[in-house]
Design a protein around this ligand. Structure first.
Ligand SMILES: CC(C)(COP(=O)(O)OP(=O)(O)OC[C@H]1O[C@@H](n2cnc3c(N)ncnc32)[C@H](O)[C@@H]1OP(=O)(O)O)[C@@H](O)C(=O)NCCC(=O)NCCS
Length: 361
């Protein structure tokens, strides 16, 4: 999970090229009073107790959030690691919606890491996975992956994916052990919102009456199932609506739902205070898809402008070649590149001709 939309990466002092080198170097600065290397046996057990993995609880959230920022901020060498993803929250809102698939690891009763398995119907995605830098490279991350993999099996996911640091042999190696294989870059792209945004008032899910929600969710499922069988964003849309994390844009043409975009923005959301983060967007496949994608991008930018946000931030797999090119033509710039990995190397919905935005964080 290379970066959050609101992270200030200009502060980075540039991590070394190899993720293994990063972790061992940084580890030295974070060694606990008694090195955890001495507490943990190679098989993952501690001399004073095992690495215990259990379901996450609400009371864990502050410590989980702390380790999340510390781990990423340390890995990318932020001068103040805790400044990572300032103003954004990638874990709390997901937990409050549905904690199924969320786990913590403890050593001697102290939380040392967490991991999330997420699902959009038949599609599973993994992350964020974070481990306290004091105990990197001692098997905690591997142990946290196990219940997540069980969750994907239990949910009958047919396409399971993740997003990671392309430069880190450690990350790619860890995930390969669980059957994920590197596929295409996912590019996080951004566009600053100026005054030249075309005024456009898209239909928003929040503006619909309660009685029409179920029907609209069925329309969304019909659309996303055309993109990939069983791809279901229902819970994501409901979560954004109920917790007021942003808006879902709905674009119709001649009475047919042609495109949706689920956007998060505001303090404590995945977007953070200044950014309209497109968590997921999809266009009905077919000859009219490029035109509807253009409209959808305009709608996102218009929404951002109306809400006083500085920019739109969205991820696209470079496997979706036309969508990627159209983003560039539409004025989006590459901000960060991550690596998409897929369980059993499945293509899923990352292929040419599909106009979908997501990043699997
Ligand atoms: C990435 C992270 C979660 C890994 O957690 P961890 O507890 O250090 O990882 P583990 O010790 O369980 O596993 C590392 C595995 O990678 C393997 N590995 C390390 N370098 C490797 C390499 N060059 N090639 C192949 N495998 C490698 C290790 O052998 C180990 O597997 P093993 O236990 O089977 O021997 C942790 O470093 C972290 O929090 N990083 C910052 C946040 C982050 O990057 N999160 C993931 C974003 S996608």
């Amino acid at each position: 999970m290379p970066l959050p939309p609101s992270g200030n990466f200009s502060k980075s002092t540039h991590a070394p090229d190899n993720g293994v080198g990063v972790s061992s170097k940084v580890n030295a600065a974070y060694l606990p009073p008694v090195s955890a290397h001495h507490l943990i046996k190679p098989d993952g057990d501690s001399e004073n107790g095992d690495i215990t993995v259990r379901a996450m609880r609400e009371a864990d959230l502050p410590e989980v959030d702390h380790i999340f920022r510390l781990a990423f901020g340390t890995f990318i060498n932020l001068p103040d690691p805790m400044a990572f993803a300032a103003g954004a929250d990638l874990i709390g809102p997901r937990f409050r919606h549905d904690p199924d698939g969320m786990f913590v690891a403890e050593i001697n009763g102290r939380i040392m890491g967490s991991a999330l398995a997420n699902r959009w119907g038949s599609v599973g995605f993994f992350g964020p996975l974070t481990v306290h830098p004091e105990v990197w490279d001692q098997g905690v991350g591997r142990r946290l992956m196990e219940p997540c993999m069980d969750s994907f099996t239990r949910w009958n996911c047919t396409h399971t994916v993740l997003f990671t640091f392309p430069h880190s042999t450690k990350h790619v190696g860890l995930y390969q052990k669980f059957g994920f294989w590197p596929r295409f870059l996912t590019v996080m792209m951004s566009k600053n919102i100026g005054e030249d945004v075309e005024p456009f008032k898209p239909l928003l899910f929040s503006s619909l009456s309660d009685g029409t929600h179920a029907g609209m969710l069925r329309e969304c499922l019909e659309l996303t199932s055309k993109v990939y069988p069983g791809l279901d964003l229902t819970q994501e849309i409901i979560n954004v609506h109920r917790q007021q994390l942003g808006e879902t844009i709905l674009l119709h043409s001649t009475g047919v739902l042609e495109a949706i975009a689920i956007c998060q923005f505001g303090l404590g959301t995945e977007g953070g205070p200044d950014t309209c983060y497109v968590k997921f967007a999809a266009v009905r496949p077919g000859a009219t898809a490029p035109a509807h994608f253009e409209q959808l991008l305009n709608a996102c930018e218009s929404l951002a402008a109306q809400r006083g946000l500085n920019r739109v931030f969205a991820g696209v797999s470079t496997a979706r070649h036309e969508a990627y090119r159209q983003m560039i033509d539409h004025g989006y710039r590459n901000e960060v590149q991550g690596l998409g990995m897929a369980l059993d190397n499945t293509e899923g919905y990352s292929r040419p001709g599909l106009f979908v935005l997501d990043d699997w964080r």
